[in-house]
Design a protein around this ligand. Structure first.
Ligand code: ADP
Length: 924
């Protein structure tokens, strides 16, 4: 039982009376002296009179001499004990059994009347009822005060529980089986059971959160509404569903928003269960529930709203401000104060201090706008903050304000929003835009827009670069006149471009446009079609790039390429391109003719197919030495051509390199050198023969010498034989000498034969000392015979050079023979002259040098430069050929070396310098 129940119980001393009809129904004429009972000494009823006697319930039959107590409701307020004499002098409040189970509240007193007692009674039913109603109301007020206090003071988190408890108390107290509080829900746009209570023995009509729809909308919200099963439900068919076709009671709650809540009592007949509660009591109870509840809920919503607002302000870097005109101060939202980096708790500051936060450039304007605001002109301004460091990006705020109210009540409020991001982006965009405009203006490009109009494209914009480029403007080409500017030959192309643009959404084309002076420009047209949300064309945006120069240049390049192609094709030289692996990518007709195939077959075939393995190796080695610094190399290469023994080509290669310096391709030019080579060989051969001729006297001496020795030996042996005095030892000795001399002569002849042969085709590695030995075997004896001293030094090292040993021998022979001639000429002049020839070798890391020196007085310095020229000689006609040194020079050069001369102290110094062959060449 609640505290309210207890209180109520104390007042009444019992539970409320169970009555079928309200007591207000008692007829007013019942008031007055209405019943007189005549009692005996024992309290038994002897007779009764007065109008109310008919209202008393009949006693059950069979009770004789009924006692007064038999008429009294058992357990009534005042118990009658003892006899009438005991009651005299007291006011008796008695409850009599009435007809129809009603209770009659009567007040009276007893008076002795001889042996009898007269009990005279007045009806006080209405007094009792008024008292009960007053008690009920008081009770109700206390109850309402309690409910309202509980709801107002409880923690917001407990609000739902507390409300539920209050509903439960209420329902239990007034025996309401189902009690619900319906609120108007803004989101659901209808009524919703906010909270409800169902007694444990009652059917559950509702549940929390249940949507009731608009069933309560049309009701009169001023007074409670009673639904009894017969009448009320028919009147309010829409409530039938809510109350499940049972009786019910609905109490509205109105506030300044209109009807805001309904207290629903389901399965409840209010007349029966709470007869003492008047409508206004119910309204009060409902208000006690709904009023604080709604204000708590609104407070909660307001709180959430504030929280959201504050979060929003914080996130946006925004906040409100309010000017207080009286104090010339400004109030700032705390988030705004934080965003402006004001010290903590400085949400109120003088307007002047506020203005000082603003950049000087914007400050005055803001000050004047604030004054205008006071006159009612709304404020909207973008301002910068004053930052002490000018290198920091500017912080921009959008400031908006308005005046609310007028006169004394006027308030000036507004907000500040951080728009630095947008503003800085705007500035960047503006800068980029300006740069772009600049770029467009200075580039040979025109940007245009063509609007789509019923299938046609009409120019609607041109960038300013149109005028300098083509000299026309937008008006010159509206209404379909653009095509007039297109070159007549390119108009089909232009229409095709428009169709393709509409069909495919973008196009890339090139055509000629006439400028105002009548000159044509080649333009590259890049256009894109823009469509709306429905995919329908809106406009085409495009760009014309003046490519006249490029187009003409391309044409020139094409023509020049054609000329070069013809040049290459028709050149007598062999021209080709090949990759580092010697695969041809191009070869001209002469090359194809030499290789006996068609020029078309050349790409893909390998140059190496026509080279011997050695040549190919040498060729590849040479190619591998090409570098971006030294991209060119020339060599004489030897090929094995179909149907010909050997061909000699002078071949020039130029390497083509990529960015990383890797060889990509080689371009080569070749010339057939076979004939030259052949005549050179012939020349060498004839020079050899000439040398042999020159050496003939020496050789005769060379061979005569052994012959003389042999003849002497034979003469001596024959003499001994004649004398018969021949000893075997003597004979053996002579025969050995003859044999030695025969071998010597044979060697000379042998060597001459070798020397007279043509050189090999391929160069071979050999030791140059071998050539010195060979030369001396041919010349040494002859020289010595002529009294020339030969100073031959040992080489003292072993090296190999590439070439032909017989050719180097020929060079040495030439040098020695020339030295001999010079020395002999000198001796003719000076008889005591001691001629000598010195031959020696030197080497360093890369080359070997063979020196031939004499003391023949040297060469006239004026002639030094000329002695290697062919046919240059100082010797008399028929003696000198003038070929010796020139051929020698060619031979040494062919071996990759150099023949040079200088004058020493005593005579000429010739030097043959030859490269030392690398080890891998020798081992081949
Ligand atoms: P040739 O010997 O047939 O004259 P070369 O070409 O061999 O032809 O020599 C050309 C000239 O160089 C000679 O005529 C001579 O004048 C000069 N010459 C060559 N070698 C010597 C030398 N060792 N001393 C002086 N003069 C020389």
């Amino acid at each position: 039982m609640t505290s309210g129940d207890k209180l109520f119980g104390r007042f009444l001393g019992r539970q409320p009376l169970a009555i079928d009809e309200p007591q207000a129904a008692v007829p007013p004429q019942a008031i007055g002296l209405l019943l007189v009972l005549v009692l005996d000494q024992q309290g038994r009823v002897l007779s009764m009179s007065g109008p109310l006697r008919h209202a008393l319930a009949q006693l059950p039959p069979g009770i004789e001499g009924a006692h007064l107590n038999d008429y009294i409701v058992p357990g009534s307020t005042q118990a009658l004990e003892g006899r009438p004499a005991d009651w005299s002098g007291q006011v008796l409040d008695l409850e009599f059994r009435g007809l129809g189970r009603k209770t009659l509240h009567l007040r009276g007193w007893v008076q002795r009347w001889s042996q009898e007692w007269h009990l005279q009674l007045l009806d006080i039913g209405d007094l009792i009822q008024q008292r009960q109603q007053a008690l009920s109301r008081e009770q109700c007020q206390v109850f309402a005060a309690q409910i309202s206090e509980q709801l107002r003071l409880c923690n917001l988190t407990r609000l739902a529980d507390v409300l539920h408890e209050q509903l439960a108390d209420l329902a239990r107290y007034w025996h309401i089986p189902c009690l619900g509080l319906a609120l108007l829900d803004e989101q659901e746009q209808g009524w919703v059971i906010h909270s409800c209570y169902t007694a444990h023995d009652a059917p559950r009509l509702w549940q929390d959160g249940q949507v009731l729809g608009t069933g309560l909308d049309s009701l009169n919200g001023n007074t409670p509404l009673r639904l009894n099963q017969v009448q009320g439900l028919n009147e309010h068919p829409r409530l039938q569903g809510i109350f499940a076709h049972r009786e019910g009671f609905l109490v509205p709650y109105r506030d300044d928003h209109g009807v805001a809540a309904w207290l629903l009592c389901g399965g409840y007949t209010v007349q029966q269960h709470a007869p003492n509660l008047l409508d206004r009591d119910w309204l009060m109870l409902t208000a006690a529930l709904a009023g604080p509840l709604l204000s708590r809920l609104r407070e909660h919503r307001h709180h959430l709203h504030l929280e959201r607002l504050e979060a929003l302000q914080g996130l946006l870097g925004a906040g409100w401000w309010e000017l207080c005109p009286g104090t010339s101060e400004v109030l700032l939202a705390s988030q705004l104060a934080t965003s402006l980096q004001l010290p903590e708790n400085s949400m109120r500051l003088p307007v002047q201090a506020w203005l000082e936060l603003i950049h000087p450039a914007d400050r005055d304007e803001l000050g004047s706008r604030l004054q205008a605001l006071q006159l009612g002109k709304p404020l909207l301004l973008c301002v910068r903050l004053h930052t002490p460091d000018p290198t920091m990006p500017a912080r921009w705020y959008r400031l908006q304000g308005q005046a609310l109210g007028q006169g004394e009540n006027q308030r000036l409020v507004g907000f500040m929003l951080d728009i630095s991001d947008i503003k800085n982006q705007q500035q960047q965009a503006a800068a980029a835009h300006a740069r772009l405009d600049n770029l467009i203006a200075s580039s040979p490009a025109v940007i245009y827009v063509q609007r789509y109009l019923e299938g046609a494209l009409q120019p609607s914009f041109f960038s300013a670069s149109l005028q300098p480029l083509l000299g026309w403007n937008l008006e010159d080409c509206t209404d379909g006149r653009l095509v007039d500017w297109v070159h007549p030959e390119d108009r089909d192309l232009y229409f095709q471009r428009c169709r393709q643009l509409l069909r495919e959404g973008s196009v890339h084309s090139r055509y000629r446009l006439r400028d105002r002076d009548g000159d044509y420009h080649w333009v590259l047209d890049e256009a894109k079609l823009l469509r709306d949300d429905l995919g329908l064309p809106v406009e085409a945006v495009g760009l014309w790039l003046d490519v006249t120069e490029a187009t003409l240049a391309t044409e020139q390049v094409r023509q020049s390429e054609e000329r070069y192609r013809i040049l290459v094709e028709d050149s007598p030289a062999m021209i080709c391109r090949y990759r580092p692996d010697l695969t041809l990518t191009f070869g001209n007709r002469p090359l194809a003719a030499y290789l006996e195939c068609s020029a078309e077959d050349l790409p893909g075939s390998n140059l190496g197919n026509w080279l011997s393995a050695e040549q190919r190796e040498g060729f590849e080695r040479r190619i591998s030495l090409l570098s971006p610094e030294f991209p060119v190399s020339t060599a004489e290469i030897n090929l094995q051509l179909p149907g010909r023994e050997h061909a000699w080509w002078v071949w020039s290669d130029r390497g083509v390199f990529d960015d990383q310096g890797r060889l990509q391709e080689i371009q080569a030019v070749g010339r057939d050198n076979t004939e030259v080579r052949r005549s050179q060989q012939q020349l060498t051969q004839s020079a050899k023969m000439a040398t042999l001729g020159e050496m003939a006297t020496g050789l005769a001496h060379e061979i005569n010498q052994p012959l003389n020795v042999m003849r002497m030996a034979i003469v001596n042996v024959l003499k001994r034989l004649d004398n018969g005095d021949i000893q075997i030892d003597y004979l053996t000795d002579k025969l050995k000498r003859i044999d030695t001399q025969v071998q010597r002569a044979a060697r000379v002849v042998d060597h001459m034969r070798v020397f007279g042969r043509r050189s090999e085709v391929e160069q071979q590695p050999f030791n140059p000392a071998q050539a010195i030995d060979g030369t001396l075997s041919l010349l040494a004896e002859g020289m010595r015979g002529k009294g020339l001293e030969l100073r031959i030094s040992e080489m003292g090292f072993e090296v190999q050079v590439m070439g032909f040993v017989d050719q180097l021998e020929q060079v040495l022979i030439n040098l020695l023979v020339n030295a001999r001639d010079a020395l002999l000429a000198q001796r003719e002049k000076h008889s005591d002259f001691k001629p000598w020839i010195s031959v020696y070798g030197q080497r360093d890391e890369h080359s070997v040098r063979l020196w031939v020196e004499d003391n023949g007085g040297g060469i006239d310095p004026r002639l030094l430069e000329r002695i290697f020229e062919p046919f240059f000689t100082t010797k008399p006609v028929g003696v000198g050929t003038g070929l010796g040194l020139s051929v020698s020079y060619g031979i040494v050069e062919n071996m990759g070396g150099r023949l040079s001369v200088s004058n020493g102290q005593d005579g000429a110094r010739f030097c043959i310098e030859l490269p030392i062959a690398p080890a891998d060449q020798i081992t081949r």
